[in-house]
Design a protein around this ligand. Structure first.
Ligand code: HEM
Ligand SMILES: N[C@@H](CC(=O)c1ccccc1NC=O)C(=O)O
Length: 281
């Protein structure tokens, strides 16, 4: 017998070591499905990175949708505090998605071109969860339903998000319910259209930012929204920079101009008056 210390046996402190007939970690998380869902089409070493990067992003997007919808419901019911918690989580999810670009950035153009052709015309442009997030935070665009016309359930789901007031719409309705003077045209509009900035909203935020003590909840909510948009903008910027680094100015597999299209999306402003108000403070 050697005198070397034996590896520690956690069963001595009660760790369960057998799972016949019991729910295990693998069962609860359905890991058999998750870990068998990677099916590279090429023999390229980097395709697994590409697939996992997108699949994990889609999982985080699923959680982001869950949180944004719940935050919007809470705001609709006047439950501000729970909404803060959820909006903070959404910003952290975007931070997580932003960090993930550092992994993908390790893929060079030479590596990507070894399997890019295998992607056909598929593209992140067809991510319905991404489109749902855009609609939830107010970047409405009915044309974006079209790439999903081959999946009626997805069109139906996106149509609901298109027609429902966005997170920002509900925030403005809540402010008005609390006696803040907001123009009625902002509070009852065609929700399928992108939000148009209104002077009454800028003035309302100015009142709030000039005296935070008097309007603490609205002030805190405003900062949560700015945070969310800040992280969302970083995601867009990381995307376009990574894309330029990997494919230069090639057209996208989704058919757009590529970086030209993505750069245009950098101009999207979700909560315009919250940015405008900074100038007048
Ligand atoms: C090699 C890495 C990547 C390249 C070269 C790339 C390239 C592109 C391009 C060129 C577009 C424009 C649409 C098109 O014509 O295809 C696009 C859109 C998009 N990509 Fe990526 N992408 C990459 C990684 C990712 C990752 C990791 C995600 C995360 C899910 C993602 C999500 C999206 C989304 C959601 C859009 C639609 C954006 C919008 O409509 O505003 N992409 N991508
Ligand atoms: N649009 C990319 C392809 C691409 O990135 C992609 C392809 C399939 C699944 C997800 C993708 N990611 C983001 O657009 C390209 O033009 O190379």
């Amino acid at each position: 017998m050697s005198d070397a210390p034996q590896p520690y046996d956690p069963s001595t402190e009660g760790a369960r070591m057998r799972f016949e007939g019991r729910m295990s970690y693998i069962d609860y998380l359905h890991l058999d499905e998750v870990l068998h869902a990677q099916a590279p089409l090429s023999s390229a070493h980097d395709e697994l990175l590409f697939i996992i990067q997108h699949q994990t992003s889609e999982l985080w997007m699923k959680l982001a949708i869950h949180e944004i919808v719940a935050a919007r419901d809470a705001i609709k019911d006047g439950r501000m505090r729970p909404s803060f918690k959820m909006l903070t989580r959404v910003a952290r999810i975007f931070e997580q998605l932003n960090g993930a670009w550092d992994v993908l950035r390790t893929m060079t153009p030479s590596e990507y071109t070894t399997f890019r052709e295998d992607l056909g015309e598929s593209s992140g442009f067809q991510s319905w969860q991404y489109r749902a997030i855009e609609f939830l935070v107010g970047n409405k665009n009915a044309s974006m339903l079209q790439p999903h016309s081959h999946v009626p359930e997805v069109v139906e789901l996106l149509q609901v998000h298109l027609e429902t007031p966005s997170l920002y719409d509900e925030v403005l309705i809540l402010l008005a319910d609390h006696g803040v003077d907001i123009d009625p045209s902002v509070l009852d509009r065609d929700w399928t259209q992108p939000y148009q900035p209104h002077e009454s909203v800028r003035a309302a935020w100015e009142t709030i930012y000039r005296d935070p003590e008097a309007h603490w909840s609205a002030y805190e909510l405003a900062e949560k929204l700015v945070d969310l948009e800040d992280y969302f903008r970083r995601w867009r910027f990381n995307h376009v920079t990574t894309v330029e680094r990997i494919i230069g100015s090639k057209r996208g597999t989704g058919g757009t101009s590529g970086t030209g299209y993505l750069r245009r999306m950098l101009d999207v402003v979700l909560f315009p008056e919250l940015w405008d108000v900074r100038t007048s403070l």
